[in-house]
Design a protein around this ligand. Structure first.
Ligand code: TXA
Ligand code: MG
Length: 318
């Protein structure tokens, strides 16, 4: 397992390294090294129309990758950075098209995890990094999850379990602010800082995923998916697991063992949706590894981080 100095040296030499952030683990490469970034796409099996987020050590470093930093973007950075928020801004030409999938914009984030900050600072370059999972799979929230995805193909900096547990909220600020992906910063918190309502982009229903991806990158409908069939319900009370198979698992707030469930993952209480978000992906992975016929996931309250949880559950159920 590499340390920060060794991982930074690998990044500077054009290598790919997995590292912890407060949201999920990332698969990092020097954002200005096109060959290193190409290796990230290759390792993930990620389609090239889906752009990567560029991670910076300091807010001032935004200017190295973005050609403009509008007032509302600055206000959000001041309020939520370092933290689980990605700002989509007009890009500088120097950023390789591969990073941004040929778009005129770049997603930038200053992560909150100390190890991530130390790594980016030591690498002395912005780090392009998607979540460190194979394309379409559940994002990793521990170093062990990353090893389960990539084995020995990628060195992993171990920073313990991720505190936020869902990916960053992605907000476009090239015009009117629009939330492109729900995540670790609640929409309500963004609205409070901007002092106005902010639209949340809806992924298109149906249709060809590749077409959707090009029209609205990162809004692919099916995503975050376990291998096991996942069924999302409003309420599991009175639901007979046997109707879905011999071995059915339950994923819910205040989930209790028994009731015919073959496996149960309790996400905690409705009063702590941030805690539930932190537990979500690890719980999904455990259920996926439990040899089940199906997983029943119960919708959580649609407020705060609950919106990001419901978004991930819904996409996993498609
Ligand atoms: O929390 C996170 O954001 C994690 C950690 C590692 O930082 N990263 C992450 O990356 O989730 P990834 O690649 O799995 O998801 C990045 C999302 C995608 O939905 C992508 O389409 C969107 O951000 N994105 C990146 N650049 C964009 C851009 N220029 N315009 C629109 N969407 C963009
Ligand atoms: Mg991802």
């Amino acid at each position: 397992m590499p340390g920060v100095a060794e991982a930074a040296a690998q990044l500077r030499a054009g290598g790919v390294v997995a590292f912890p952030t407060e949201t999920v683990y990332g698969l990092g490469a020097d954002a200005f090294n096109e060959r290193a970034v190409a290796r990230v796409f290759e390792l993930k099996g990620r389609p090239r129309f889906d752009p990567l987020i560029v991670h910076v050590a300091e807010t001032a470093d935004v200017e190295t990758v973005a050609s403009a930093f509008p007032a509302e973007a600055r206000r959000l950075a001041e309020a939520f950075w370092p933290g689980p928020l990605t700002l989509v801004l007009p890009k500088r030409e120097a950023v390789p098209d591969l990073v941004t999938a040929g778009l005129g914009t770049v997603g930038v984030r200053r992560p909150g995890h100390e190890t991530a900050q130390a790594l980016i600072a030591a690498a002395q370059t912005p780090i392009a990094a998607p979540s460190a999972n194979r394309f379409g799979r559940i994002s990793p929230t521990t170093a062990q999850h990353v090893r389960a995805e990539f084995g020995d193909a990628v060195g992993v900096l171990d920073g313990g379990p991720c505190a936020t547990g869902v990916e960053s909220t992605v907000v476009s600020l090239t015009g009117e602010p629009v939330v492109l992906r729900l995540g670790g910063v609640a929409v309500e918190a963004i609205e409070a800082v901007l002092g106005r309502a902010v639209a949340v982009a809806r992924p298109k229903q149906g249709g060809d995923e590749a077409e959707e991806g090009r029209a609205s990158p990162g809004m692919l409908e099916r995503h975050y998916a376990p291998g096991t069939r996942l069924v999302m319900v409003e309420d599991a009370a009175g639901l007979d697991p046997a109707g879905l198979g011999a071995r059915v698992g339950l994923l819910a707030l205040d989930a209790e063992p028994g009731g015919g469930w073959a496996a149960v993952e309790d996400l905690g209480g409705a009063d702590d949706l941030a805690g539930a978000a932190a537990r979500l992906f690890a719980a999904m992975r455990r259920l996926d590894e439990a040899g089940l016929d199906a997983i029943v996931a119960v919708r959580v309250p649609d407020r705060g981080l609950g919106r990001a949880i419901n978004d991930r559950l819904r996409r996993a159920s498609l």
